[in-house]
Design a protein around this ligand. Structure first.
Ligand SMILES: *Cc1c(COP(=O)(O)O)cnc(C)c1O
Length: 349
């Protein structure tokens, strides 16, 4: 085992343990024309009677091509949630290590920190929901393993400028995780272009938002191959099922549809950004690089209830730091958005 900077960052237990070896690890060529009597499967074909490829090689090959990376820089998980959980389980020693979170942000980082018994240091974003680099740097200590940056950020919608992420990568010795769940809706290019330069950068993406596949649960992690190897060592062997791999492949082979939908959703967001300021109850619209808008209103609970009464479910984000009286509105189809605007008119008094 190497004693590289990355392997020093990994939990000793993960570095030293022997991985579980499944039948499909012992004999990897799962597409071979063979008689498979090695995994106690039912031999009668149901399309799903065989275990999935534990390393999802076909899917990674096409994903690598689409994203401009190599297949050994990719980890796939049962949603981003599993990918993020693997970050904790690989790098963070329970009861000892710490991570830095930048609220208001995605709630799962904090939940996973708690679940894994890892102390989360919260360093609030500034008034424009941007990084406070000085405060982040002064919160780092020898036990800080990971900084989670969400860009575009959920719930605020704004992207974090590249240069800011690079400052963290240059100054912090641990892992910087950039969660790009909404990157397909963003003007800013993906941090994937920084992957070759920074060995301790990890990027998370997902098929749950732009690709319209939230139901299949496919999360993607991109990182240095050495990091990916550690994840592969400890992940559940068959964590991405056959049906998910199949649907993901179909979607990646029909990207034109996704691209059209993304273009429409961005135009619809821009339309909403133009129309919403006309309403008296809307106090502020935060800049968005995502498929949702965070708006500040006069009375979030009252407006939430009024939308619900009219059959529209939005998200009240008022309980989050710096988000008093805000609602998060996902961009719907053009028809749904017209209905939403009409409801805004009807409740605006
Ligand atoms: C929606 C979202 C995800 C996606 O999670 P999945 O488990 O892949 O569905 C990840 N990160 C952020 C910030 C999100 O808003």
């Amino acid at each position: 085992m190497s004693d590289s900077a990355i392997s020093q960052l990994v939990r000793p237990l993960v570095r030293e343990m022997a991985p579980y070896r499944s039948a499909r690890d012992e004999f990897e060529d799962f597409e071979a024309q063979k008689i498979f009597l090695d995994a106690n499967e039912n031999p009668y074909n149901t399309e799903v009677n065989r275990y999935p490829d534990p390393l999802q090689r076909r899917l990674k090959r096409i994903l690598a091509k689409v994203k401009g990376v190599s297949a050994d820089q990719i980890l796939l998980g049962n949603g981003s949630d599993e990918v993020l959980d693997l970050v904790f389980r690989t790098f963070c020693e329970p009861g000892q290590d710490e991570v830095i979170l930048l609220p208001p942000t995605y709630g799962m980082y904090g939940v996973l920190a708690q679940l894994n018994n890892i102390k989360a240091i919260n360093v609030p974003l500034d008034d424009n929901f941007q990084l406070d680099i000085a405060a982040i740097m002064s919160s780092i200590n020898e036990n800080t393993k990971v900084i989670f940056v969400c860009s575009p950020n959920n719930p605020s919608g704004n992207a974090i400028p590249f240069e800011q992420i690079e400052i963290l990568l240059n100054r912090f010795k641990g892992l910087v995780v950039v969660d790009e769940a909404y990157i397909d809706f963003s003007e800013q290019r993906s941090a994937l272009s920084l992957l070759e330069t920074y060995p301790k950068l990890m990027i998370c993406q997902t098929l749950s938002k732009a690709y319209g596949l939230a139901g299949i649960r496919l999360g993607i992690g991109f990182a240095n191959p050495e990091i990916i190897d550690f994840f592969n060592k400890i992940k559940p062997p068959y964590n991405v099922n056959v049906l998910t791999q199949k649907m993901a492949l179909a979607s990646l082979n029909a990207l034109a549809l996704v691209e059209r939908q993304v273009k429409t959703l961005i135009e619809e967001r821009q339309k909403m950004e133009r129309e919403l300021p006309a309403f008296g109850f809307v106090k502020k619209i935060y800049p968005s690089d995502a498929n949702f808008l965070l708006i500040q209103v006069d009375d979030a609970q009252k407006r939430y209830d009024q939308f619900l009464e009219q059959g529209i479910v939005v998200r009240n984000r008022s309980s989050l730091l710096g988000c008093e009286n805000t609602l998060r509105i996902t961009i719907g189809t053009p028809e749904e958005n017209i209905t939403f605007i009409n409801v805004c008119k009807s409740i605006d008094q």
